[in-house]
Design a protein around this ligand. Sequence first.
Ligand SMILES: O=C(O)CCC(=O)C(=O)O
Ligand SMILES: [Fe+2]
Length: 365
Amino acid sequence: MPSPTVPISHYEPAPVTTSTIDYADLTIIDLSKSNTKEGRAQLALQVRDAMSNQGFFYLIGHGYSTEQMERMLDIADIPFSQVSDEEKQKYVAPTKQTGSYQGYKLRQYWHIDGGVRDQVENYNINHDVNRRTHPEAVRPFLPEISQFARHSHMNVLDPILRLMALGLELPEDTLLNMHGWDTQSETYVRFMKYYPRSAEDEEKTKSVWLKGHTDFGTISILYSQPVAALQILARDGTWKWIKHIENAIIVNAGDAMEFLSGGFYRATIHRVVQPPPDQRQYTRLGIFYFCMTDDDVKLAPLVASPLLQRVGFKRWFDKDEDAPLMLEWRKARTSAYGQTTLSKSDKEDGVEEEVINGVVVKHYN
Ligand SMILES: O=C(O)CCC(=O)C(=O)O
Ligand SMILES: [Fe+2]
């Protein structure tokens, strides 16, 4: 049961920016319309259009209130503000060895550019919150975090997966059946806190905090927060800012969804940059639910889709049996990220590449 009586200090997020910036124009999906069959058919078309064009959309009507979100934000700050550096060290994720982020990713782990390393702390918790132990200050809040993960899974992820399966003209539960709650998967809650950086770091990285990348899994669920910093690479090659919408969720597809849909749903490149001037002195605390299929799902195209048969699809692997399992793809991508030496693309300016499971993975500056 949730325990909202456990005392907690309040995290006050930055005020919304008043700067004029170039925002992406994304579709807003109202999930409260998905209770009826007609509603779902209509939303499925909207989601299909958004995921095959921008690869990003907003979700509203998801049933989590602003007050519940404020409470989760207070909880999200605990692993950063209420745990000593010494205790944090005990819970650092052995990411390079295990290909898993569970636990802390402390500052300066990822290489960004020009010798500059990141200034962001993550604390990652598997959707099964008891899979690992947690710092003492986090423990009283595990029931609430578990309930939040369950909400994100059942009330956000599952409806999205239903709509995306419908979009491929497949049975509604096709994708959902690959994303069990009780099965073995890496699907996890991430708390992420960015700290302001030095002028020197900003200059050396041309203000990039997290290089342009695609996410590794199927669906990423980003609970909207006020500090503008996230940008997506639009089809015309320009970076567009993601606008904060109170109590909305930003949804994007990752590599695994791109593989399963034969390239129809796009894993869009996105990055994080220095916020506009009026938000630069604030920390930026975010809450995410990163979703992957069950570990044992092969990431080969869903060729039974009548839509894919009509419009055509891309194969990354000649034979389906050569496609990686979700477990293999996640491990390889996770252990390499921010650690490997990337090589410059000979085709595209400002792009660096690495080869993972035979696939060229690009990183954008
Ligand atoms: O901080 C954000 O808004 C996005 C972070 C992100 O892209 C990631 O963690 O993969
Ligand atoms: Fe990302």
